[in-house]
Design a protein around this ligand. Structure first.
Ligand code: ARG
Length: 688
């Protein structure tokens, strides 16, 4: 009830008297108002004491007599210093029998203190108040906080740090470090260690070392002996840190107890920094460095060979430069090929070789193939050329792929030989699909049906036919040459009113079978061995209506069975005794020789030999003007090929039944050896 009244009353009364006294001297006194007469109600007094830097404050109460209350809630003194609000003080240290439980002396470490005194609206009796004095007291900073890394010296009002011998006080005036910077090493080899190595290195130090040697040389660093730097490399060296920098190359941070390895050659300038923190006792490190002349690389020039061969080349070394096989050394400045060059390793580690290049050898364009094509992108070493032939008239014989060799020659990719492939004529191909028709009783051919068919006219105007059997040889009948050794030959023709693009195919020589005798002997016609070869002066260019027919292969002497059909073709006489203008052809079967023997001949019966084939049908026959022309058969092994088995030879004057054909199969050996005998050496080279 009493307390309650007090609260209400205090609300009704004026606010308490309040004032602040500021005290600045090294000492002073403070007392409650009207001390020692007794303090008034509703007081609020405060003192702010401030002493110079480096001092603390000691406050001693000489007298305290303040109305006691639970927790000193009514009247009290309170001290605030060093950020601490001390407990409220009340009661008396001077009245007998009263226990006083508060300290009578207060100390600060800071230079500032505030004392407040508060009295409430009533006092039950008179209290004299308090008296206190303060003095500035020296703070022993050295004891309080140990601010120096080495020695701490306290003096009144402050402290001073000092260092062990060899150390100097750093700018912060607290820590000691060593003088470990500014050293520049310029000799070609040397040693750098952490300060005091192998004794523990100094703390709080930033050391900088520099190696700076002559340009053109390179520094090689090596850690020697013990390596012992505080910190853990796995977490990035957070305590003490050693770093090596050389140009763009950076090594470290290094720490821990494993000596790091600085691989390779550093430039001629190397910076080493070593920063240590404030604690730790580690041995440090030792670096031995040496230097070498700047090295030149071992690959000087692409595709080059260098002599002498070394693992490394130093400044002033020189080597002889050649090129790998397939390449030639080229002097760019003089624009000429040279066999070798002497080059030097220069001060900057480069070779003076940029005046040279190893150029691949050039095979030049590959030899042209007659009736073929070359296919290549480049002609330098390792390039490839692929030959092909003009199909379907020519086929490649030999290897198609050639490579440009080291010797600047195109060589066969599989055999390594120089021999070129050849484009060989393809025989027996024609546009004729089996069409039955009947020269005498025949039908008109179309271009490409009989591309081997040639027209022969002797100087005496006799008409005949022939067959192209290669791009240079013609097969015909011997009897065409009975009266003249010269013939005019035309190929690529169907309609005689038109001209062929080839014009005349001039003959070089005619070879009549050596056993052929002029047809009339004892009045009896003898056409035995009615076969001749003509060599053309030049090879013909094969095309759709000018291509060879095939010769019978091995075993060609044996004929297909009687009844087998073959084609005869020519511009000879037709049914109405007129010569044909458009090439005629017909299909006739092989028949028994008896049919020919039994035919009606105007004069004496001709001679029949096994070198002859009898063929024909009533109404379908060859006739005058067809002589020398081919009688061809489809090759059963390869039905797109046509083989010449007969040559129009003779028959009854009255055409239209059976005719006699030279049995070509009996002469294949003679044909081949004759052609070989007369083969041109120089055309073998196939140079255009
Ligand atoms: N000897 C004739 C000529 O020179 C060929 C006669 C072919 N006769 C025949 N009936 N098949 O043209």
């Amino acid at each position: 009830m009493y307390e309650h009244t007090k609260v209400i009353l205090s609300l009704l009364l004026l606010p308490p008297v309040s004032c602040t006294i500021s005290l600045k001297g090294l000492q002073g006194q403070l007392t409650s108002l009207d001390y020692p007469q007794g303090y008034a109600n509703d007081l609020q007094q405060s003192w702010e004491i401030e002493v110079p830097r480096g001092y603390g404050i000691k406050l001693s109460f000489t007298h305290i007599d303040i109305e006691p209350s639970p927790d000193c809630a009514y009247d009290h003194v309170q001290i605030f210093c060093d950020e601490i609000l001390h407990p409220l003080i009340c009661g008396s240290n001077s009245r007998e029998g009263k226990q006083f439980q508060f300290p009578q002396e207060y100390y600060t470490t800071g230079k500032w203190m505030r004392v407040t005194f508060v009295s409430d609206f009533s006092n039950e009796e008179r209290y004299t108040g308090f008296a206190a004095y303060y003095t500035a007291v020296d703070i022993n900073e050295c004891e309080e906080e140990d601010p120096c890394s080495h020695y701490c010296n306290n003096y009144i009002g402050g402290f001073h740090c000092s260092c062990r011998p060899g150390y100097f006080l750093q700018e912060n005036q607290r820590t000691c470090g060593v003088n470990c910077s500014g050293e520049v090493l310029t000799s070609f080899k040397g040693v750098i260690t952490s300060p005091n190595y192998p004794k523990p290195y100094a703390e709080n130090s930033q050391c900088q070392y520099r190696i700076q040697i002559e340009q053109g040389f390179e520094v090689i660093l090596e850690f020697a002996e013990d390596f012992d730097v505080e910190g853990d490399p796995s977490i990035g060296c957070t305590s003490d840190v050693l770093k090596v920098t050389s140009g763009a190359k950076k090594y470290g941070p290094f720490c821990g107890d494993q000596a790091p390895v600085v691989k390779g050659h550093l430039s001629n300038v190397v910076e080493i920094t070593f920063d240590t923190d404030g604690h730790g006792q580690k041995k440090g490190w030792k670096i031995i460095y040496r230097s070498t002349a700047k090295q030149c690389s071992t690959d000087i020039l692409e595709h080059s060979i260098i002599q002498p061969k070394k693992v490394e080349y130093d400044y002033k070394d020189s080597v002889q430069l050649h090129c790998e096989s397939g390449f030639e050394l080229y002097d760019i400045q003089r624009s000429e090929h040279i066999s070798s060059a002497l080059v030097h390793c220069q001060k900057d580690g480069s070779w003076n070789s940029n005046l040279y290049i190893c150029m691949p050898v050039d095979c030049g364009p590959p030899t042209k193939l007659m009736n073929g094509h070359e296919n290549f992108i480049s002609t330098v070493y390792t390039s490839q050329n692929q030959y092909s032939c003009e199909e379907p008239y020519y086929k490649l014989e030999g290897n198609a792929v050639f490579n440009c060799s080291e010797e600047a020659e195109w060589i066969d990719a599989t055999s390594g030989q120089l021999t070129l492939p050849k484009c060989k004529p393809v025989c027996g191909n024609c546009l004729l699909s089996s069409k039955t028709g009947r020269i005498f009783g025949g039908q008109q051919a179309k271009p490409g049906y009989f591309p081997w068919q040639l027209r022969l006219v002797t100087t005496r105007g006799e008409m005949g036919g022939g067959a192209l059997i290669s791009d240079r040889w013609v097969l015909t009948a011997a009897h065409l040459f009975d009266n003249s050794l010269q013939v005019e030959i035309h190929g690529g023709l169907v309609d005689l009113r038109r001209r062929s693009p080839e014009g005349e195919l001039p003959m070089e020589l005619a070879i009549i079978h050596p056993s052929y005798r002029k047809q009339v002997e004892d009045g009896q016609p003898n056409f035995n061995h009615d076969i001749a070869l003509i060599k053309l002066r030049e090879k013909v260019k094969l095309r759709s209506n000018l291509a060879p027919v095939c010769l019978p292969g091995p075993g060609g002497a044996s004929l297909p069975d009687d009844g087998t059909l073959g084609y005869i073709s020519g511009w000879g006489r037709m049914e109405k005794r007129k010569l044909a203008v458009i090439l005629q052809y017909a299909e006739v079967p092989i028949v028994s020789m008896d049919e020919c023997k039994n035919s009606n001949y105007d004069g004496p019966k001709p001679v029949f030999t096994p070198n002859m084939i009898c063929a024909g049908l009533p109404g379908v026959d060859s006739c005058q003007g067809d002589s020398g022309g081919p009688y061809v058969f489809i090759d059963l092994q390869n039905p797109s090929r046509h083989v010449v088995r007969g040559i129009v030879s003779f028959g009854p004057q009255e055409c239209g039944n059976y005719g006699v054909y030279t049995h070509v199969g009996n002469y294949v050996d003679w044909i081949e050896t004759t052609m070989k005998e007369h083969e041109d050496r120089e055309t073998d080279l196939e140079v255009i």
